[in-house]
Design a protein around this ligand. Sequence first.
Ligand SMILES: C[S@@+](CC[C@H](N)C(=O)[O-])C[C@H]1O[C@@H](n2cnc3c(N)ncnc32)[C@H](O)[C@@H]1O
Length: 758
Amino acid sequence: MYVVAIENKQKTVRQKIVTGREIAYSQAANVQLDVGARVIAVFREILSPEEARERIKKDVFYPGIVAEPLQSSNKYRYLIFFDDGYAQYVNFNLVHPIYEASKDVWEDVNVNSRSFIKKYLEKYPERPMVKLHKDQTIRTEYNGKWWVTTVMSVDCSLVQMFFDASGRVEWIYRGSTRLNPMFKEEQAASNRLQYRQRMTRKANTSAPYVEYTRPNSEQLEQPSPPQRSVARKSTSRPPSSNNNITYRVHQFLPTPAREAPATKIVYYTPRRQKPKTNVYTPHTCGPKCKEFMYCSLSRLKGYSPLSKPLLCGFYRLMYKCKNKKIVLYKAPCGRTLRTMQEVHTYLRITKSNLTVDLFDFNMYVRCLAEFMVEQKNVLIKDLSQGKEECPITVVNYVNLDRKKCSCWQLTLQCLKYMDKDTDPDTVGYQYRRLPEPIFTGIYECNKKCKCAATCLNRVVQNPLHHKLQIFQTDMKGWGIRCLNDIPQGSFICIYAGVLLTEDMANRDGKFYGDEYLAELDFIETAERTKEDYEEDPYHDEVEKDLKTPERSPEESGPDDEDDDEEDDIITNTADDRDFIPANFLARKPQHEDSGIRTRLRKRQPEKVVVKQEKKILITAKPTDDNDTVMISDDEDYAPREPSSFNPKQDSSLGDGDERKYKSVRELFGTAEDVYIMDAKNTGNIGRFLNHSCSPNIFVQNVFVDTHDLRFPWVAFFTLSYVRAGTELTWNYNYDIGSVPDKELSCYCGSSECKGRLL
Ligand SMILES: C[S@@+](CC[C@H](N)C(=O)[O-])C[C@H]1O[C@@H](n2cnc3c(N)ncnc32)[C@H](O)[C@@H]1O
């Protein structure tokens, strides 16, 4: 215990007995403080011009903990989590160590922030944070409710939010669960049956997401209690009987080569066996036009799909038209084909056995390019051991009328959830390609339909089409890359495996690994997306209900002082550990106002001032009630409105995404749960597709042999044009932190990488 002499305004001195946890040094530390250090630090408040006229801005010390050390990435400031829920960057000379701290430092913190601080320190340096940028809109909690807020600015780990309805402005830690994406991430980790964001929601690619800083395994403890025992990728389905081949995995896994093989792109030159005939002479196209072809499709087994028409005698020409480059095909008979529609019609009337998806009008797609690896490095020439050959298609295209086809109509149900002006002809397969995912699923024609096998609504039921290669990646084990350019929306393959129930998957996954488990969660994904669609009016209602005061200029953006801070970035590249406060002071003139503001606060009376004693400052009084702390003296201390790092515990507060209806899955029985596809021992090439946070293929649920919503096939399509030699990757949509004792770093290498898979 320490006896402290306290002088009040009237200069009368009284004595007080306090513990070492209630007093701090009167000087800033001259060594780097570690994360978790117990400190008092100055909190800088923002004053509006009117307030500034009325009173002077006071430097007030509040107790807290160091949440980030001084480092170049945060401009050599400490991030301080104040006990009463505020967060702010503070210059090191305004941070004073507290004299003593409990072994578990969070025990000294106000009860409202305790669990947050405890979890933060236990997990540090892993810090999931919402990745945000200016003008982004998300929901943020305030006073037990979710509000629509807009990002005003981002400063390292803090974000300044503008509450659209009330005009409130607040700085919030980006890892706070008061930010809805962060809240949902936490919910997902603790709720086995949460509803995840899916690749089927392509529109969400710019939505905010939670990013995990790469953990330092030595410093990390194990994550908090999760609910599931194995990891499962979202969405997949094997065929019960289909021509997508499955094979035993171990048969084609040779020892990986130590060195990456030399690679190159080679361009085929079509060998013209007949004199060039593509000069047009007027004629009516018909089956006779086929006679101009150099060879039949059946002789082109093993060639890439896009090269086949060119090898058969078609020319693919690039023209410049009004400064725009366009692609044209010239048929062997000389007929010019300018669009997919013209190609489709031409192939039909000439009764050609070429299919329309062998053509492409994207000028960047290189039809004759092939990615080659040195022969000696080719480990297996055919992964499917002859089973997965290029299809010999029987061409008999019928002009499928979408309006009359009940399968197409089922696919078009998704129009209900799209912009009302959406043209139905642009939804779903476009000449056997899928430009965008459809979250309500695709319904293909099947053997019960009257149409031919070459119908435009039969895609994933066909075998592998593109040349793929399994290769050893640097960090992710085996992966798949394409050997030819692949146009956007092309079907790659399905995800095949053995179907397991939830219980079986948990048991098998625990003992034999869960790397190849994928959930058939079409129902949950579709329902979730539908509800999101229906929720849109909710925002308007919320906003209507609230008065929207005008934003004052000083609230509407950072003031001049903020601009100054931007100029103060120190470009010191030395290790953060080398930081010596004294040198820093000598190098850089002290900036009066370099602490970043956390949020606007209720203004407090003038008397909130810290008394600087010669040796020590009286500081935080740890309490278990909401009175937070004592600064200087009980008389002088005026507590501010407490803030928080977590949403207020309000039973009515969901994740802002509460479900309104019963799930369709319940109609199948009370014991029904998602089925899981296990591709560990029996699967197809889909099992080798790695994860990426910026994937180039997406998952589409397709109904082929059954319309039972529990059993869609899961098919992969290209999200964009993919160049030969590129690895094909999808987004696993794992729930980070959901598997006990399991952490998996992500090595996708994308600039958007979240840092963790699990
Ligand atoms: C379905 S398997 C993919 C094929 C796997 N690479 C193999 O060699 O069989 C999933 C596993 O691949 C690895 N993996 C996939 N994507 C990854 C990524 N982005 N970062 C790290 N590991 C990854 C992980 O070990 C994961 O459990």
